[in-house]
Design a protein around this ligand. Structure first.
Ligand SMILES: *Cc1c(COP(=O)(O)O)cnc(C)c1O
Length: 235
C-alpha cells in the first residue's frame, strides 16, 4: 500500500482550523452544560505516510487514530522513538488473530465489537500485562453490514467485557452515511449513560461540531486535517 504525503502547510492550517472549530462547538456546549469536560481530537492518520504525521506531532498534538493494525505497526514505532506521550487509538475492525499486535501497538481500542474480539483482547492484555482502555462500538443504525453491538445488547456486552477484565471506558459509533448523524449521537449518549460510561467517541470530519453539541468527549477527524484519501482506502 502506498501511503500519502500531503504538503505540510495545508495540513497544519487545517489542523488549526479543526481545533478552532472544536473549541467553538465546545464553548457553545458549555453554555447549556457548564460541567462539560474538554473534547479530545483523535487525528485520523490512516493512509498517511510518517512524513505527513510528523509535522502534526511537532505542533504538540499527540492523539491519533489508525484503522489497520499492520499499517500502524509499520508507522508508529518510529514516531514513538522521536516523540513522547503519543496516544494511538485503534478505530478499525480487529481480527482476533491480530489481537497480540493490536495490544502491543495501540494505547486505546475503540472498536470492541463482538465477544470473540473481547476474549482475544482479554487474553492478550493478561499476557502482555498491558491494560488498554477500550470503547465498545455500537451499531446505532442497526446496519447489517456494519460492525458493532446492537443498541439493545450494549449493556449486556459491556458487562460481559468487564467480566473478562477489560477496562471498558466508553462507547463509539459510526452513523449510517446517508442519515442525519444527530439522532445516532443522542442514542449513543443515552446508551452510555445507562451503562454508567462517560467516554463518547463520535463525530468525524463532516459532523464533529454536531457530535460535540451532543456530548462527544472524542472526535475522530481525518480528511478535514490531512485531505482526501483515495476512495479504495477511505473505509
Ligand atoms: C476514517 C475514519 C474516521 C475519519 O473520517 P473522516 O471523515 O476522514 O474524518 C473516523 N472514524 C473512523 C472509524 C474511520 O474509519
Amino acid at each position: 500500500m502506498t501511503l500519502i504525503v500531503p504538503s505540510v502547510l495545508p495540513v497544519l492550517q487545517a489542523l488549526a482550523h479543526t481545533q478552532a472549530a472544536m473549541a467553538a462547538a465546545w464553548r457553545d456546549a458549555l453554555t447549556t452544560d457548564p460541567t462539560r469536560g474538554p473534547v479530545t481530537l483523535v487525528a485520523v492518520s490512516k493512509t498517511m505516510a510518517i512524513e505527513a504525521i510528523r509535522p502534526v506531532l511537532q505542533t504538540g498534538h499527540r492523539v491519533f487514530g489508525e484503522n489497520r493494525v499492520q499499517e500502524a505497526e509499520a508507522k508508529w514505532p518510529q514516531l514513538r522513538q522521536d516523540f513522547d506521550g503519543i496516544e494511538l487509538h485503534l478505530i478499525g475492525p480487529l481480527q482476533s488473530n491480530k489481537a497480540a499486535e493490536a495490544v502491543a501497538t495501540f494505547d486505546v481500542i475503540e472498536t470492541l465489537d463482538r465477544p470473540k474480539i473481547a476474549e482475544a483482547l482479554g487474553r492478550e492484555m493478561i499476557k502482555q500485562n498491558r491494560w488498554l482502555p477500550c470503547l465498545v462500538q455500537v451499531n446505532t443504525g442497526r446496519e447489517p453490514q456494519k460492525a458493532g453491538i446492537a443498541p439493545d445488547e450494549t449493556v449486556a456486552f459491556v458487562t460481559f467485557c468487564r467480566g473478562l477484565g477489560l477496562n471498558v471506558t466508553g462507547l463509539m459509533c459510526i452513523p449510517p452515511v446517508e442519515e442525519e448523524p444527530a439522532p445516532h449521537f443522542a442514542l449513543l449518549r443515552e446508551i452510555a449513560s445507562s451503562c454508567g460510561l462517560t467516554t463518547l467517541s463520535m463525530g468525524m470530519s463532516g459532523d464533529f461540531a454536531t457530535a460535540i453539541a451532543l456530548g462527544a468527549t472524542h472526535v475522530r477527524v481525518g480528511s478535514a486535517i490531512f485531505g482526501a484519501r483515495p476512495a479504495v482506502a477511505a473505509v
